[in-house]
Design a protein around this ligand. Structure first.
Ligand SMILES: [Zn+2]
Length: 279
C-alpha cells in the first residue's frame, strides 16, 4: 500500500457530531500574549461592548489555543450594517480590522461571524483584496473555523464560560453549529466528484453572493473537512501557510504542502486525498 492510500485510510472520522477533542490533543500551549481583540464602542444595540469583548476573546481562544506559534498583533472590531469583512494590517505596526453585522445579544451569530473573519486574519487573507480563483478554499476554511469554534464553545462553556451565567448558553451554540451542518447536502459521491462539477463555479464566484447568499457550496466542503480539524486541531497552525496562487487547485495544494512545516504535511496530504489529489 502506498503512502497516499494509507493516509486516505487514516481518514476514518466517524460521526462528526459526537467527536470531542481529547485533553491530550489539546496540548498546544497558548503563548503568554495572544492576539489582542479590541471591540469599538459602536452601536451594537442591546449588547454591551464589554460582553462582546469577552465573547470574541473566547472565540479567539478556541482557535489560537491550537496554534503552536500563535500570531501576535491587534484586531479592531467594528460594527457594519453591510456584510462582515476583514482588512489585514499593512505593516506589523498596524492593526487588523474586522467588521461584524450583528446587533443585540445574538451571541452565536457574533461568534459565527467573528470566527470566520478571524480565520481570514490567521490565514493572511484579505477579503477586501481577495485572491481569485482559489479564494473559495479560504472561504471554506473560514466557514469551518466558525463551525469549529461554535462546537468547541459548546463543549467548553459548561465548565469554562466567559461569565458564570453564560454556561447554559452552550446548548444554543451547539444547536447553531448543528443547524449549519445539517443545512448542507452531503456530496453523494465524495468531494472529488463534487468538485469536478462545482470547481469552475467556485473559482469564478467564491462568494456566490447574488444567487446563493448562504454560500452553500463553501459550507458543503467545510462540513466535509470539519472532522479532520476536530480530530487533530493542532493542525490549525497549518492555515497560516495557505498560499495564494492563481494556479489549479492541485497547484494550490502542492504549494500549501511545500510551504507548511514538516509536522503538518501529512495533514495537508489528507486534505488533498479527499479531493483525489496525491501529493
Ligand atoms: Zn470570508
Amino acid at each position: 500500500m502506498g503512502q497516499f492510500e494509507a493516509e486516505c485510510l487514516m481518514f476514518d472520522i466517524g460521526k462528526y457530531k459526537g467527536i470531542t477533542i481529547a485533553d491530550s490533543v489539546v496540548s498546544s500551549i497558548m503563548k503568554d500574549k495572544p492576539m489582542v481583540i479590541q471591540v469599538e464602542k459602536n452601536d451594537w444595540g442591546e449588547a454591551a461592548v464589554e460582553d462582546i469583548q469577552s465573547l470574541l476573546e473566547n472565540v479567539r481562544d478556541q482557535l489560537l489555543r491550537h496554534f503552536s506559534d500563535p500570531p501576535s498583533g491587534r484586531v479592531i472590531v467594528h460594527y457594519t450594517p453591510d456584510t462582515p469583512v476583514n482588512e489585514l494590517r499593512k505593516s506589523p505596526q498596524d492593526d487588523h480590522s474586522i467588521w461584524l453585522c450583528v446587533k443585540n445579544r445574538l451571541w452565536a451569530q457574533f461568534s459565527y461571524q467573528f470566527a470566520h473573519e478571524f480565520c481570514h486574519v490567521l490565514c493572511g487573507t484579505n477579503e477586501k483584496q481577495y485572491q481569485k480563483p482559489n479564494q473559495w478554499f479560504h472561504e471554506v476554511i473560514s466557514e469551518l473555523a466558525s463551525i469549529f469554534a461554535l462546537k468547541q464553545m459548546a463543549v467548553n462553556w459548561p465548565e469554562n464560560p466567559p461569565y458564570v451565567g453564560w454556561s447554559n448558553y452552550a446548548q444554543n451554540l451547539d444547536e447553531y453549529a448543528n443547524k449549519i451542518i445539517d443545512s448542507v447536502k452531503k456530496p453523494s459521491d465524495g468531494l472529488n466528484d463534487w468538485l469536478g462539477v462545482y470547481e469552475p463555479t467556485l473559482r469564478d464566484d467564491p462568494y456566490q453572493k447574488n444567487w446563493n447568499p448562504e454560500r452553500e457550496l463553501n459550507k458543503i466542503v467545510a462540513v466535509e473537512l470539519f472532522p479532520l480539524f476536530q480530530k487533530a486541531p493542532h493542525h490549525w497552525q497549518s492555515v497560516a501557510d495557505m498560499p495564494s496562487t492563481p494556479g489549479s487547485f492541485e497547484t494550490y495544494l502542492t504549494k500549501w504542502h511545500q510551504q507548511c512545516p514538516a509536522g503538518h504535511k501529512s495533514f495537508v496530504r489528507q486534505i488533498a486525498c479527499i479531493f483525489g489529489v496525491s501529493l
